[in-house]
Design a protein around this ligand. Sequence first.
Ligand SMILES: Cc1cc2nc3c(=O)[nH]c(=O)nc-3n(C[C@H](O)[C@H](O)[C@H](O)COP(=O)(O)OP(=O)(O)OC[C@H]3O[C@@H](n4cnc5c(N)ncnc54)[C@H](O)[C@@H]3O)c2cc1C
Length: 353
Amino acid sequence: MAIVGGGINGLCCAWELARQGHDVELFERGRLMDETSRASSKLLHGGLRYLETLQLRLVREALAERDQWFERAPQWARPLSIVIPIYGHGKRSRWQFGLGLWLYRRLAAHSPHRDYHWLPAEELTAIDPGLNPNGLIGGYRFTDGQMDDQQLGLWVAEQARQAGARLHEQAPVERIDSQGRLWQQGEEARQFDTVVNVAGPWAEQLARNSGLNLTHGLDLVRGSHIVLNRPCHQAYLAEHPQDRRIFFILPWKEGTLLGTTEVRQALDEPIACSDAEAQYLLDAYGNIVQPAATATEIRERFAGLRPLLRSRGNANHASREYTIERTGKAINVLGGKWTTAPALARKLPAIVR
Ligand SMILES: Cc1cc2nc3c(=O)[nH]c(=O)nc-3n(C[C@H](O)[C@H](O)[C@H](O)COP(=O)(O)OP(=O)(O)OC[C@H]3O[C@@H](n4cnc5c(N)ncnc54)[C@H](O)[C@@H]3O)c2cc1C
């Protein structure tokens, strides 16, 4: 069985299939865990904001997976307490966030991390004196998860190897077909029982270059982050002052991680955080934490492409779900979140049988 793509989805598929006794070879054109899966917001989460678009199945599944990551690899995944500060001038009201958190708790079923509570403004500013008090009503504290995405993914790679999977780096795949054949540059076709295309944002391109017809397509939406060279005393989920999008302020390696943006782009454009995106994130931060930060405090920028199942209109509303399409012996995986990669992988054995 061949797997194309060494991001978190490909690695979880390799691990799961190897655990089930399949002979697995994974082909990654560059290094393992070196593309989208290391450019995430580092959150293991149900995705509170997906409740606005009623992606309830996804949120329930992701909440269950979040807790399993904590158990599987506590060295790289841990619960994170997040505050949602509510301002009088915000787009979403206290009751809207409260309703979302109530539903989030219901979807988290028996999770030990499902509780949330309200904190008045004075208590929040006592916890974090940097929190902007102007118009602050109070805030909700709830729990999600944080990971070191690259290290956790490499840990999965190690589990896959130990289960018997062979993982090839610097091994680009040119083409696959519905008869289970796979071509690498300048080489004869190799025959497999099944070829699984889990190439993330490049999955649709590989399928189309291979002449495979897909029912679904991908919307590619760049998300950028910056890391500030200043400590983060409290993680926040907040609204951006310009467009009211949700963004995160998170502790990250003694600094502060800010993300993210949503910019549609083509696959051949550079995947990099623009100056405009960095400024957008600095504006968001300055609206919540004082003193505001300047560009000189940025110690790192990174960006990734979200492989979203195609939707018409607003990228903010495109689906974070995944779909698995089969054409003969070729299986194409499109979409999906970091958090839910194991759930996606668990669906494969029944499909390849
Ligand atoms: C900005 C941003 C923030 C995000 N934040 C979160 C978050 O906090 N939590 C969360 O759960 N999810 C998050 N996500 C979503 C999540 O990161 C992605 O859905 C996930 O990482 C996709 O993993 P993947 O394995 O499908 O893709 P990738 O990680 O991109 O892996 C695909 C791999 O395929 C390889 N490849 C491509 N073509 C070929 C070929 N022809 N031959 C061989 N190899 C090939 C690539 O080199 C790449 O390594 C975020 C996404 C973005 C962009």
